[in-house]
Design a protein. Structure first.
Length: 174
């Protein structure tokens, strides 16, 4: 849900409608989009934390149920069902790692938007060639950081660590 302060406000057409006015407006829109992206990430993080809390509670309940002392065949049935719960928790934790990777990538994109916005709104008059060189430099820096994020792998929770946590009745998300 976008915050009201980031809602685009119509601006009167500047006198002359020159390149500087276009650049300023482009920078303003980048700022708006960056703010909306930041708010979306914060909302997703809050929801993600709630899901993590729910998984932790499920893991605790699984541990308590698995520890119930009862006669056979009920004990074997409880053991199988706790195993299924553990497997489901493991699969969910692995699937939720996507959020961490997505948040990192979106943070990187937001930083790029902020960088472009700052360049566009700094008031420096540049030639077309200077703008092209500057934009290409920004693109190179963005590409290098994107490759770092993609090549870094998933440092959040390994599959083995997630399985181990689920089997012990705990779930640690990132």
């Amino acid at each position: 849900m976008p915050n009201e302060r980031h809602r685009p406000t119509p601006r009167p057409a500047p006198k002359g409608e020159g390149l500087r006015a276009v650049i300023d407006e482009f920078g303003r829109l980048l700022h708006v989009f960056s703010g909306q992206l930041a708010e979306s990430l914060l909302e997703a993080d809050r929801e993600y934390a709630m899901v993590g809390g729910a998984f932790h509670e499920l893991a605790v309940a699984k541990g308590k149920i698995g520890g119930v002392d009862c006669p056979e065949p009920h004990k074997a049935l409880l053991g199988r069902e706790c195993g299924r719960i553990g497997d489901s928790l493991h699969a969910a934790v692995v699937a939720l790692q996507y959020h961490d990777r997505l948040a990192q990538r979106l943070g990187h994109i937001r930083a790029g938007l902020d960088h472009l916005q700052a360049l566009l709104r700094d008031g420096t008059e540049r030639t077309n060639a200077e703008w092209l060189n500057l934009l290409r430099s920004v693109e190179r820096a963005h590409h290098v950081e994107q490759q770092r994020l993609l090549g870094r792998g998933n440092a959040a929770v390994s599959t083995d660590a997630a399985a181990d946590s689920a089997s012990k009745g705990t779930v640690e998300l990132f």
